[in-house]
Every structure is written in structure tokens, then in C-alpha cells.
Design a binder for this molecule. Structure first.
Ligand code: E4P
Length: 217
């Protein structure tokens, strides 16, 4: 399973990439708006750090505008993936950009029917938002189960990028269902490391080792 980080923060991306477990980055307009500097230069730098798929989202809502912005985003770097919303114009733009060999991530997916449309339009990635579904008392992971079944029935090659992951359980559940990718904020990647028994165990190992060293001295 691939692990992406959902952020525009170059500092956070550098620190997670240094761990050697980072496969890609997702951004959205809300995340990029928080970062200083030019968004194109920031995305370029992110691509240089990650050397994997980096999603940059269009803000146009009409087909022509999405195509224009999609071309602009794709030109930033060969690792860039154009993110479009799951609207009629977004699906049309997905089909057109994919036809040109540009990878597209269809975002804001909240139903299996929408995921089917994205796969038919040649999306490289579909982003179902599990956390935002959970927020409205709808089981987000159930949607992942449905999409995994549908894509496997027809051998669609669109990768399932589980988005809006809010905690490590979302990532573990997505992995158990066989989703291709999970994307989450940097803090959730930090949480994945944590287990009190690891800390307690390490402390004991080191204390026991220190004791033998004292006896030898
Ligand atoms: C994914 O591409 C989105 O940027 C992201 O996962 C949204 O997460 P949120 O619902 O926590 O804002």
C-alpha cells in the first residue's frame, strides 16, 4: 500500500520523505493557500523532494478553464497529477487530459456511482473522502469496500486513493480492504509510529544494557 501525505508544507514533506516511507503528496486549494510563496514553485519543490505523484488541484469549475489549468499544472513537473472535482465538467476534463497522457486524480468523491464515472473517464486516481463521510454519520470505509469491489469486477486500473484519513485506523482499514493508497495529514503519519509498549520496551532494554555495562566496568 502506498502512503501519501496530504499537505502543502515543504518542511513537513521534507521531514516525512527523510523517513523513506513516503510515496506521494496530495494538495488541495485549502492546503496550498496556507503556504507562503508561489504555488507553482512550491509544487515544483515538492516534486523534487518526493519524486512520486504530487496532486495539484484546478480551481476553475468549467471544462475549458479546467483544461487550461490542468495543462499549466502538468507543465510544472513530470510528477504532477492534475486534480479535478467530481462534477460533470471535471469528468469531461478528466477524459480529455487522460487522453493526452496527463494523469488525473478525481477528487471530492462521496459515492460508488461517482467512482465508476471517474474510472470510465480514465482517471489515474479516485479520491473518496472517508473522514468527511464519517463526519456526517455515514461509514466512509463502506464506500472504499464498494469501490474496491466494483473496480476489481471490471479490472479498472484507476488507483483508489483513500483521502480525508483522520487517524491511523482509517489507514489500517483502507489497507485491509486492499485500497492502493491512503493520504493523510503529517500528524497522522506521526501517530502511526506511536505505541506505548514500544517506548516501555525500549526503555527497559536500554536500562538492562546499561546495568551490564556498569558491572563490566
Ligand atoms: C485529499 O486529496 C484531500 O486533500 C484531503 O484528504 C481532504 O481531507 P480533509 O477532509 O481532512 O480536509
Amino acid at each position: 500500500m502506498k502512503l501519501f501525505v496530504d499537505t502543502g508544507s515543504i518542511k513537513d514533506i521534507e521531514s516525512i520523505a527523510a523517513l523513506g516511507i513516503l510515496d506521494g503528496v496530495t494538495t488541495n486549494p485549502s492546503l496550498l493557500a496556507k503556504e507562503p510563496g508561489d504555488f507553482r514553485q512550491n509544487l515544483k519543490r515538492i516534486c523534487e523532494i518526493v519524486k512520486g505523484p504530487v496532486s495539484g488541484e484546478v480551481t476553475a469549475t468549467d471544462f475549458a478553464g479546467m483544461l487550461q489549468q490542468g495543462h499549466d499544472i502538468a507543465k510544472i513537473d513530470a510528477h504532477m497529477v492534475v486534480k479535478v472535482p467530481l462534477t460533470r465538467d471535471g469528468i469531461r476534463a478528466c477524459k480529455a487530459l487522460s487522453g493526452e497522457g496527463i494523469r488525473v486524480n478525481v477528487t471530492l468523491c462521496f459515492s460508488a456511482a461517482q467512482a465508476l464515472l471517474a474510472a470510465k473517464a480514465g482517471a489515474s486516481f479516485i479520491s473518496p473522502f472517508v473522514g468527511r463521510l464519517d463526519d456526517i454519520a455515514t461509514n466512509g470505509m463502506e464506500l472504499i469496500r464498494e469501490i474496491v469491489a466494483i473496480y476489481s469486477n471490471y479490472e479498472f486500473t484507476t488507483e483508489i486513493l483513500v483521502a480525508s484519513c483522520r487517524h491511523p485506523i482509517h489507514i489500517v482499514e483502507a489497507a485491509k480492504l486492499g485500497a492502493d493508497i491512503a493520504t493523510c495529514p503529517p500528524a497522522v503519519i506521526e501517530q502511526m509510529f506511536n505505541h506505548p509498549l514500544t517506548n516501555i520496551g525500549l526503555e527497559k532494554f536500554l536500562k538492562d544494557w546499561e546495568k551490564t555495562q556498569a558491572v563490566k566496568a
